[in-house]
Design a protein. Structure first.
Length: 430
């Protein structure tokens, strides 16, 4: 396959587009996505999961990682479904024409208005994550003439992930329904017998940035045991099981495991379990990759401003963005790699701290970055910012959110225009 990021004439190219030229054309900060990178990752999911296990596999893109209406359309074209976690994500997907029957609605605290919108839209699944959601659905569904398919998100009490902020499958997490017998099974029985919901199965998500299959298999064993208990107690065999996402992406020097490295062991474990327990019908296993599809597909371009030497301290290279467009380093110490795009052919023989322009000492994007000698006006490219950059962008210090561009060979499509000052204060009274 053709390389996505290359150096030509001493400059960085994204597909067949000069990064420096993109910065001049669209301004900075600028999020740039490679369509080729996105479609390759979606293709890997199709080839090594959906097509390898026909009728037994299902994949939804986790839209919280990055979503615009046009990007939702691209995901639909790739044959994936979608998971959303808010009314805003549902609205965005629908504006992009995404088929609502292929949408799953998540959230640990869905508002009544969000649940009404989801039922009214005809979403394919609502993932029950709170103890009163069956009550709410039994009130809402009759008004829209729907029987709503649901999955129960449960906490399999498995800790996985490098940082506490991205561990979601353990006891004490705000997500999911505890597996305590007196809590889980009465709710499931209620769902099985409810005329307003269709109980489809179980869901778990244990964390993010995982690089081995072992945590999934550990959680899977707990959830499969619950499926057997449901059959024993209620005579009901669940047809679906979703193992979430969390598949690791490469930011600096991580070794990313192919999807098959996670999913082949999971499918083998499910097959052996079904045979051992004579479990019918066939169990469809779902996944929800987000970061692993878009993280490495996206970069952020900045214009270098001041370069400051500090006596006995770091050398600061300041850029025209920062924690307003990438809060992850400040939020949980995320690490990134970068290069000076217009000097990419030169040796990176300088060690600097890349910082933003926000009025916070913690507004540091990269500590100890190895870069070419930077000067005001250079274009800095930070790699692997495709997940949770635009999604978590904010207006701290009244800084407008960046534009988003999709690179497709020699073409560049604007997915989101740059926010203006007027946009920022449009909801504020004058």
């Amino acid at each position: 396959m053709k390389e996505i990021y290359t150096i030509k004439n001493g400059e960085l190219y994204i597909e067949d587009l000069s990064a420096a030229e993109l910065a001049r054309r669209f301004g900075t900060p600028l999020y740039v996505y490679s369509k080729q990178a996105v479609t390759e990752r979606c293709g890997e999911i199709r080839e090594t999961f959906l097509e390898r296990y026909p009728g037994r596999a299902h994949a939804s893109y986790a839209s919280k990682a990055f979503l615009t209406p046009l990007f939702a359309r691209l995901i639909a074209e790739q044959g994936l479904s979608l998971d959303v976690v808010s009314g805003g994500e549902l609205y965005t997907a629908m504006r992009g024409g995404f088929p609502t029957e292929r949408i799953a609605f998540h959230g640990n605290n869905k508002t009544i208005e969000e649940m009404e919108a989801a039922v009214d839209a005809g979403v394919g699944r609502i993932i029950v994550d709170a103890l009163d959601e069956i009550d709410l659905l039994e009130e809402i569904c009759p008004r829209y003439g729907r029987v709503q398919p649901v999955l129960f998100r449960i906490t399999p009490e498995v800790k996985a992930g490098a940082h506490d902020a991205i561990q979601t499958g353990h006891r004490g997490s705000k997500f999911g329904i505890p597996m305590e017998e007196h809590i889980l099974y009465p709710l499931i029985e209620r769902a099985i017998h409810s005329p307003q919901v269709e109980f489809r199965g179980l869901h778990f998500h244990i964390g993010s940035q995982l690089f081995e299959a072992a945590p999934y298999l550990e959680a899977l064993d707990h959830v499969l045991a619950a499926a057997l208990e449901i059959r024993r107690r209620f005579g009901y065999s669940v047809p679906e099981l979703v193992i979430g996402g969390g598949f690791g992406a490469r930011y600096t020097d991580e070794e990313r495991l192919p999807y098959a490295g996670f999913l082949d062991p999971v499918m083998a474990r499910v097959r052996a379990w079904r045979e051992e327990n004579a479990f019918e019908p066939e169990l469809c296993v779902g996944i929800e990759p987000g970061r692993s599809i878009v993280a490495e597909a996206g970069v952020t371009l900045y214009t270098v401003g001041s370069v400051k030497e500090t006596p006995g301290g770091p050398k600061y290279v300041s850029v025209d963005g920062g924690m307003s467009d990438n809060i992850r380093p400040a939020l949980y110490g995320a690490k990134y790699a970068a290069t000076i795009a217009n000097k990419a052919g030169e040796l990176p023989d300088d060690v600097v701290t890349v910082c933003g322009k926000l009025c916070e000492s913690g507004d540091r994007l990269i500590d100890g970055a190895r870069l070419q000698c930077a000067a005001r006006g250079d274009i800095l490219c930070v790699f692997s910012t495709g997940a949770y950059g635009y999604s978590m962008a904010n207006n701290y210090n009244k800084i407008p959110r960046p534009a988003v561009v999709l690179a497709d060979g020699k073409d560049a499509q604007l997915l989101a225009r740059r926010e203006t000052y007027a946009d920022m204060i449009a909801c504020e009274n004058m």
